[in-house]
Write a protein that binds this ligand. Structure first.
Ligand SMILES: NC(=O)c1ccc[n+]([C@@H]2O[C@H](COP(=O)([O-])OP(=O)(O)OC[C@H]3O[C@@H](n4cnc5c(N)ncnc54)[C@H](O)[C@@H]3O)[C@@H](O)[C@H]2O)c1
Length: 230
């Protein structure tokens, strides 16, 4: 995501909880990183303020809320505090990130929220994550209505089986183990392969572009056809 936006001329600021990763990415692309915990509203407010200050600007063109983590737990296994934590990380964080940014968005700005295919279809053993991702889609529609008069679009992107560490962590936690899980998943994707991170970023780049000014409140699937049916 960072590479795609930097390559296309955006002045990117990242906020990640993992400082090592954040600083390494920032160094690689010559951009700024600020340690952020999206579960904490104050931390998100701070990120927005620091992002503006570091570029000596007062407005934001594009906001991408991209954090997410699936726990791989069924409803029966999930304890109440685990459910609450998942909703906090995967859904509340979206509100915490958007709220302080809204008054700073330029007219015709773009807000892109990362949901998932499992925000649209169900997935066993991932119930809290799926509920949160479904919530993001509803939230994108409501925020799109709230922002429409300012020309600000709000859309949800819905990736599936993206070749990132999250995919492998999830596969490791499945009862069948990594190899079998990944092969079963790959076989269920009509294009016959996992999605590359650059392909998700390309969808976000399109939604961020002036070409997408009439697209708001929608969900853009990047799933290799997995949702088409069988
Ligand atoms: N990889 C997939 O197969 C897949 C499929 C569908 C949707 N998604 C979604 O795509 C998005 C990106 O996922 P990814 O695959 O790049 O995952 P990833 O695990 O590779 O990256 C997630 C990033 O979020 C950061 N993070 C975790 N907790 C945080 C916190 N509390 N505050 C700030 N940062 C925090 C991590 O440090 C990491 O850099 C997520 O919303 C995920 O749910 C991924």
């Amino acid at each position: 995501m960072v590479q795609t936006f930097v390559d296309n001329g955006y002045a990117v600021v990242i906020g990640d909880f993992n400082d090592d990763l954040g600083f390494a990415t920032a160094k690689k692309f010559g951009i700024s990183h600020f340690k952020t915990d999206v579960r904490c509203p104050e931390s998100c407010e701070e990120l927005i303020a620091k992002a503006l200050a570091t570029h000596s600007v007062e407005t934001i063109n594009v906001l991408i809320a991209n954090v997410g983590k699936n726990e791989g737990m069924s409803t029966a296994e999930t304890r109440v505090h685990e459910w609450v934590n998942s909703i906090q990380l995967n859904l509340n964080s979206i509100f915490y990130t958007c709220k302080p940014a809204l008054s700073k968005m330029i007219e015709n700005g773009r807000i892109i929220l990362t949901s998932s295919l499992v925000g649209i279809v169900g997935q066993p053993n991932n119930s809290a994550y799926a509920a949160a991702k479904g919530g993001i889609i509803s939230y994108a529609k409501s925020l799109a209505l709230e922002m429409a008069s300012r020309g600000i679009t709000v859309n949800a992107i819905c990736p599936h089986a993206v070749d990132t560490p999250l995919l492998y962590e999830w596969a490791d936690a499945q009862p069948e183990g990594r190899a079998v899980t990944l092969e079963r998943l790959r076989a269920s994707i009509p294009i016959g392969r996992f999605i590359q991170p650059q392909e998700v970023a390309a969808a976000a780049l399109f939604l961020a572009s002036p070409l997408a000014g009439a697209i708001t409140g929608t969900t853009l699937l990047i799933d290799g056809g997995a949702s088409c049916g069988c």
